[in-house]
Ligand binder design. Structure first.
Ligand SMILES: C[S@@+](CC[C@H](N)C(=O)[O-])C[C@H]1O[C@@H](n2cnc3c(N)ncnc32)[C@H](O)[C@@H]1O
Length: 185
């Protein structure tokens, strides 16, 4: 590893590496190219991975097949519908890497109204000790809106019920992505 991670996703993996246990259930709410799904599947017992794009499902499926991963289920649907597929109170880790599919259509991106609905549903139902990992990309238009909404949401969380950590990169140019972790306590 480099001296210390300098990206939001790298930090998310440092935290998740320490958090995840072999019997955990994890949900990747934005599967994209499948890198986070693969990371989770290697460390948890079972992983659900959602995305609204068939292209993302195809990429994720190919990566998991190449790595002989058998404990991940792919779901072509919006993360807003996550409770149709899993009991939110049974999930140990939720991962949301926001933005658009790297190498894909930049117009298809996560949006704050949908992200907010999903987060509010998870926050209201998550079990004690569960973790939400968020990689946030304020450097594009939809991402800026999402980031502003996120700041309001996390700033308003009851500190007796949720621990919130934010990792930022203050001397990087061009609104770098940052990481937020929310743990139910
Ligand atoms: C930055 S990418 C995710 C990267 C991915 N975690 C990886 O490891 O490659 C964001 C993904 O979110 C997906 N997305 C956008 N809106 C969504 C929604 N409402 N529900 C689920 N996925 C969504 C996009 O299609 C895109 O693939």
């Amino acid at each position: 590893m480099e001296v210390m991670p300098t990206s939001a996703v790298a930090w998310s993996h440092v935290v998740l590496e320490n958090f995840l246990k072999k019997d955990h259930l994890a949900v990747d709410l934005t599967a994209g190219n499948g890198k986070d799904t693969l990371f989770l599947a290697r460390r948890a017992s079972r992983v659900l991975a959602m995305d609204i794009q068939q292209a993302a499902m195809d990429k994720t499926e190919a990566l998991l097949k190449k790595e002989a991963i058998k404990n991940a289920e792919l779901i072509l649907d919006s993360h807003e519908n996550v409770s149709r597929y899993v009991e939110l109170s049974e999930v140990d880790a939720f991962v949301m890497n926001l933005g658009y599919l790297p190498g894909g259509d930049k117009e298809i991106t996560t949006t704050w109204p949908a992200t907010k609905r999903t987060l509010n549903a998870i926050l209201a139902n998550m079990k004690f000790g569960a973790l939400i990992s968020l990689a946030i990309y304020p450097g594009h238009d939809a991402g800026k809106v999402e980031s502003e909404g996120m700041e309001a949401l996390i700033g308003a969380l009851d500190q007796k019920a949720y621990k919130v950590v934010k990792i930022t990169f203050p001397n990087q140019n061009h609104c770098p992505p940052y990481w937020v972790g929310i743990a139910r306590c």
